[in-house]
Design a binder for this molecule. Structure first.
Ligand code: SF4
Ligand code: SF4
Length: 64
């Protein structure tokens, strides 16, 4: 499975929650603490990151 992960940079405040809580470690943090989609192929589209993001900055769509 793969997923399309979109980060809305205007809304993201670099809190690091998605980086810390993704069970598949899909995100890395850059030097400012902002998430980077480092391993999109590992995403299982559980949407935990979407639900935990306090600023609704993440979107995850399943791809066939
Ligand atoms: S949907 Fe799940 S596996 Fe994919 S990036 Fe978010 S928390 Fe990680
Ligand atoms: S949880 Fe949301 S606001 Fe926090 S770093 Fe991730 S995308 Fe940005």
């Amino acid at each position: 499975m793969s997923s399309q992960i979109t980060i809305n940079r205007k809304w993201c405040k670099s809190c690091g929650i998605c980086v810390a809580f993704c069970p598949k470690k899909v995100f890395d943090a850059d030097r400012d603490g902002a998430p980077v989609v480092a391993r999109p192929q590992d995403c299982v589209a559980c949407t935990l990151c979407v639900m935990r993001c306090p600023d609704f900055a993440l979107k995850v769509e399943k791809e066939a």
